[in-house]
Design a protein around this ligand. Structure first.
Ligand SMILES: [Zn+2]
Length: 443
């Protein structure tokens, strides 16, 4: 039976707070009540179990904030495997956009999002930042799964299956804001697809709406080297980031997805304006877009989160793989083994993602924060034996752990997965829906 925001007590765990001081308890506890964490500490201070609805013995497990997937397109799970081994522009123009034109509907987006939520919950992801079409369907599927999500309607200058014009996309965004303002799990966001697919008028109008409501403004930014050349409104060879800064939409709640082709002046502009970046290493590698300069962005003071991008360009929603790559790629590219150490990679997937989204309620385990928690098994062949020095735990998580090791996932104080059994979705039914959709002639 699904735990409905009762009082949970997680005991005997290796607890990683991921707060600024990176507090950790080798034998610790986490207590929750309703949607919130009430306290975190060593087992010597653990409250008595009698006052709790459920006690989870987390021996041999690490307990950390739920992972935050800071850039994705959830309904693209149904396009997983449709077209691969192609560069971004031909992948989009020749395969993805035609398939979207043929198949997208509110129903498609609802069901494909359910599959994405199932995969996310099973890998310890508690929060997603999504940009797609028919966002109202995405939002209701996310809420129904019990996950947390920032959800936006991707506005673009040409007609889409959900909006014949960008003004219709704007209207859908307004309706999403009206419907989900104050929702416990879904935070509406304002999303423009990219500088090269939106005019300055679209960008400034949508950004104005995000400011009016204090919401996240989510946009793809400098994903490919070609982007600067195909963004027609840029002036005098300016970069996309510089163009966005000039028209006033580069922050402070702006999140630029990818940021592969940003130079030092762009990073300085992003830091100054409070524009965050989301690093999507697998998707950038697979589409041959390049590798984002995460170390330089972090050094410049840019908040950086981690994301999977959509399942059609990844081809999964496994944040553990992103974590591995985020820590390994800078080492190989900078020829510096100390670049982006394991603990920093875990930070990008948790507190870093929260900072990039501008949400102080999540990403850290401490009293008063929202109870979004990932419990991962460390008693596996690939995480044994376990050294006990302070940085070792991050090394196991960043370099050794796998999504299938995640044991429990808790969002908003509710147990969504217990002992790998998803409680908030019927796994067999969700898989059958996806298989039936493809078998129905969709492929
Ligand atoms: Zn994307």
């Amino acid at each position: 039976m699904a735990n409905q925001n009762g009082k949970l007590l997680l005991t005997n765990a290796y607890v990683l707070s991921m707060d600024g001081a990176l507090r950790q308890y080798a034998s610790g506890y986490v207590a929750t009540e309703g949607a919130l964490i009430t306290s975190v500490g060593p087992m010597s201070e653990c409250p008595p179990a009698s006052g709790f609805t459920e006690v989870l013995d987390c021996r041999d497990c690490a307990v950390l904030p739920g992972l935050i997937n800071a850039h994705t397109h959830l309904p693209m799970t149904y396009f997983r495997g449709l077209a691969d081994d192609l560069p971004l522009m031909s992948w989009l123009n020749d395969h993805i956009w035609p398939a979207e034109g043929e198949h997208l509907s509110p129903d498609f987006c609802y069901h494909a999002t359910r599959l994405a939520c199932l995969e996310s919950i099973k890998s310890g992801v508690s929060c997603v930042n999504d940009m797609y079409l028919f966002a109202a369907s995405v939002a209701s599927a996310v809420a129904d799964s019990g996950m947390r999500g920032f959800i936006g309607e991707g506005v673009i200058q040409f007609p889409t299956p959900s909006a014949p014009s960008w003004q219709d996309g704007l209207q859908l965004t307004r309706e999403l804001i009206t419907e989900y303002r104050g929702h416990p799990l879904v935070e509406p966001s304002v999303t423009c697809h990219a500088p090269y697919t939106c005019t300055p008028e679209i960008l400034t109008t949508l950004h104005g709406l995000s400011r009016e409501h204090g919401l996240l403004f989510h946009i793809h930014l400098s994903e490919t080297r070609a982007e600067q050349g195909i963004t027609e409104w840029l002036q005098n060879g300016e970069s996309p980031a510089a163009g966005l800064a000039r028209i006033g939409v580069l922050g402070p709640r702006t999140l630029g997805a990818h940021c592969v082709w940003v130079e030092q002046p762009d990073m300085a502009l992003m830091a100054t304006h409070g524009c965050a970046a989301c690093h999507c290493p697998t998707s950038n590698l697979k589409l041959a877009s390049g590798v984002a300069p995460t170390v330089a962005m972090l050094e410049a003071g840019v908040n950086v989160g981690l994301g999977t991008d959509g399942a059609a360009s990844n081809n999964n929603l496994d944040m553990w793989e992103e974590l591995h790559l985020a820590s390994l790629l800078p080492k190989g590219i900078l020829l510096d083994a100390e670049a982006l150490p394991a603990q920093q990679a875990v930070r990008l997937a948790t507190s870093g993602g929260a900072a990039a989204l501008g949400d102080k309620r999540i990403g850290v385990l401490e009293g008063g924060r929202l109870a979004d928690i990932c419990v991962i098994n460390l008693a596996t062949p690939h995480t044994t034996p376990r050294y006990t020095h302070e940085s070792a735990i991050y090394s196991y998580l960043a370099y050794s752990s796998q999504a299938a090791d995640v044991k429990h996932t808790i969002v908003n104080g509710r147990l969504l997965m217990r002992d790998r059994e998803v409680l908030s979705l019927n796994e067999a039914a969700v898989l059958r829906e996806a298989t039936d959709w493809l078998a129905g002639g969709a492929g």
